[in-house]
Design a protein around this ligand. Structure first.
Ligand SMILES: [Zn+2]
Length: 271
């Protein structure tokens, strides 16, 4: 199934994708999982994951992706580390205040796993530049903090049919959605069109640090599931975590008939 999602070349192997003895030992406790095995681990090594945003969600998700053996990560963020980030953006520290978040994150992630190839981009990308970048990656993680970037990523991932794992967290609430853009699947805009006017930020509303840990970790989990074909991806759902009650609620996310992104194609098809 995931051969369709990721394209037929995603599971073809070459010598450079094989694991060294040291890597086999490092990842042993996940390789022994029935659905992972060597094939899954080698698929992770072959993967190129693009991460937009090295704030709270990005700092959590990238740690688990790096530690679990993703081959290449590309980190995109134009912000610098500030003191007020440190309580929840745990790849950064006091000594790196004032440095670029992508540089700070790269340093921390390399210390976690030197086998991961990490590229950094510290500029805002327009549509053509971001589309080009998405084309070069196996999967995209949306760890951004604003609706414009979320909609831009969804639009371009939809065009390229590149899987997108979207996360958001604020106060004590968080949500995760997975999009692989198969036929009849909703896209992020199917959801975001419903709350066009709302764009809260952590600066205005606050955030409790473990929330970004929970949501970022689920994003990493969903990414690994897609990349390794470990289990069916959680598409067509909106997963909401209520930190006040420590409770997950999952809702079906139907395709929005008015969606400007995924319904446009269907309309063209009928013509
Ligand atoms: Zn849509």
């Amino acid at each position: 199934m995931n051969k369709n999602i990721l394209g037929k070349s995603a599971f073809e192997k070459s010598d450079v994708d094989l694991l060294s003895n040291e890597e086999e030992l490092r990842y042993n406790r996940q390789i022994i999982l029935k659905n992972m095995d060597f094939d899954g681990q080698e698929a992770l090594k072959k993967s190129h994951v693009l991460i937009l945003g090295l704030g709270g969600l990005g700092c959590t998700a990238t740690q688990y992706l790096a530690a679990s053996g993703i081959g290449s990560l590309t980190l995109v963020d134009d912000d610098h580390v500030e003191l007020s980030n440190l309580h929840r953006q745990i790849l950064h520290n006091d000594a790196r205040i004032g440095t670029l978040k992508v540089t700070s994150a790269k340093t921390a992630l390399h210390a976690l796993n030197p086998h991961v190839n990490i590229k950094t981009i510290s500029t805002r990308l327009d549509d053509p530049a971001l589309a080009l970048l998405i084309k070069e990656h196996t999967l995209v993680l949306d760890c951004s903090d604003n609706l414009n970037t979320r909609n831009q990523l969804n639009r371009l991932c939809y065009q390229e049919k590149t899987p997108l794992v979207s996360g958001a967290a604020i106060r004590l609430e968080g949500q995760v959605c997975v999009f692989t853009y198969q036929e009849d699947e909703p896209c992020y805009q199917c959801l975001s069109q419903r709350f066009k006017e709302q764009n809260l930020t952590c600066v205005e509303s606050g955030i409790l640090p473990p929330l970004v840990g929970i949501i970022g970790a689920i994003q990493a989990l969903e990414a690994i599931k897609i990349l390794t074909s470990f289990s069916a991806p959680s598409t067509g759902k909106l997963m909401i975590f209520d930190g006040m009650e420590s409770q997950w609620n999952t809702f079906l996310l139907p395709k929005n008939k008015e969606c400007e992104i995924c319904q446009k194609k269907d309309i063209n098809k009928q013509e």
